[in-house]
Ligand binder design. Structure first.
Ligand code: SF4
Length: 325
């Protein structure tokens, strides 16, 4: 059994203007110590998956179908008190997008890291501050930072603090949502290396969410490409990046400029991602797909297995594939 097993997850938002099917029948697995990259354009459902995994879908959203099993326990069957007591931050934690700007300005870094240790783990104040100093050391910050306030830190230092806070209760899984957004290139590189080191040394499984495929390629063992609330391709990073099968993945990769090799005209994906209150019939990608044919307008392709652990959903691939996820 995988550490995390997500099956047919559906998370919808019930707005006054209609039902937004933000995540619609998404399935994937995560093993201990593995890194999964979730990639796709803005609004494709990546962050909604993360909120679903933590039991933190904001209203008017809710999980309406499927299962999320962590260590075999289905959190979609648990109430909020049980998730708070057993799962959130202890089994699975998250580095929220832009979280470095959400550090409380009036408390020291030491207080903000030590507080959950006192509250959740029953440590004394002295023990909690010692542990906070260890956590800061693990992200490359000295214990002097315990007494500093967020405004005294650079963007990169704040992001390190946020990463340390995600590790406070020693979770098995950390979700990093756009972990390098708003950081300059040098600091981005440092943060990526830090996350890789934590994954390697602590054997913490990670889900890295990004629209930046180069970040995913640097970090992930396997990747799920999302489009309009669905996973359209899923497999080992090496396979998906070197031999993409779904037309959407192929176009996404062709849109990345290359430093080496012959100069090629960059591709772009015409049109806009669909309105998820009223997604296109048939294959959701058909209005933008250069290969769309009659069947694509009417029928919805399922993920099929193309090769060991490599899946994609496109009618053009049906003959190559057998079975689903
Ligand atoms: Fe394109 Fe049709 Fe394949 Fe969808 S099923 S990706 S529209 S060819």
């Amino acid at each position: 059994m995988a550490l995390l097993e997500v099956r047919d997850l559906q998370t919808y938002f019930y707005t006054i203007r209609g039902i937004v099917k933000a995540v619609d029948k998404v399935s994937f697995d995560l093993e201990k110590g593995e890194v999964l990259g979730l990639a796709g354009e803005s609004g494709c459902g990546k962050s909604t998956i993360a909120w679903s995994l933590l039991g933190l879908v904001p209203p008017p959203g809710r999980i309406v179908g499927g299962s999320i099993k962590i260590d075999g326990n289905d959190i979609t069957k648990m109430g909020e008190p049980e998730i708070r007591r057993k799962i959130r931050w202890k089994k699975i934690s998250m580095i929220f997008q832009g979280a470095m700007n959400a550090l409380t300005p009036v408390y020291t870094i030491g207080y903000q890291i030590a507080e959950p240790l006192i509250y959740h783990m029953g440590l004394s104040k002295k023990e909690a501050y010692e542990r906070a100093a260890e956590l800061l050391a693990s992200v490359g910050l000295s214990k002097e930072f315990l007494n500093r306030y967020p405004h005294q830190l650079s963007g990169g230092q704040k992001q390190r603090v946020v990463i340390a806070m995600a590790l406070v209760l020693e979770p098995d899984i950390v979700i990093a949502d756009e972990p390098t957004t708003a950081l300059d290139v040098v600091v981005q590189y440092q943060v990526i290396n830090l996350l890789k080191r934590i994954n390697r040394e602590k054997k913490i499984a990670m889900i890295v969410i990004s629209h930046d495929l180069s970040l995913i390629a640097q970090m992930a063992d396997k990747v799920a490409i999302m489009y309009a609330g669905r996973i359209v391709e899923y497999g080992p990073s090496e396979k998906v990046f070197n031999d993409p099968q779904h037309p959407y993945t192929q176009l996404l990769l062709k849109a990345i400029p290359r430093l080496r090799g012959p100069k090629e005209k960059l591709a772009y994906i015409p049109g806009q991602p669909p309105d998820l209150r009223n997604p296109p019939t048939g294959c959701r990608f058909h209005p933008r797909c250069p290969f769309a044919f009659d069947r694509c307008y009417k029928e919805d392709p399922e993920l099929v297995k193309l090769d060991k652990n490599h899946y994609a959903s496109c009618f053009l691939l049906e003959e190559k594939g057998v079975g689903g996820l």
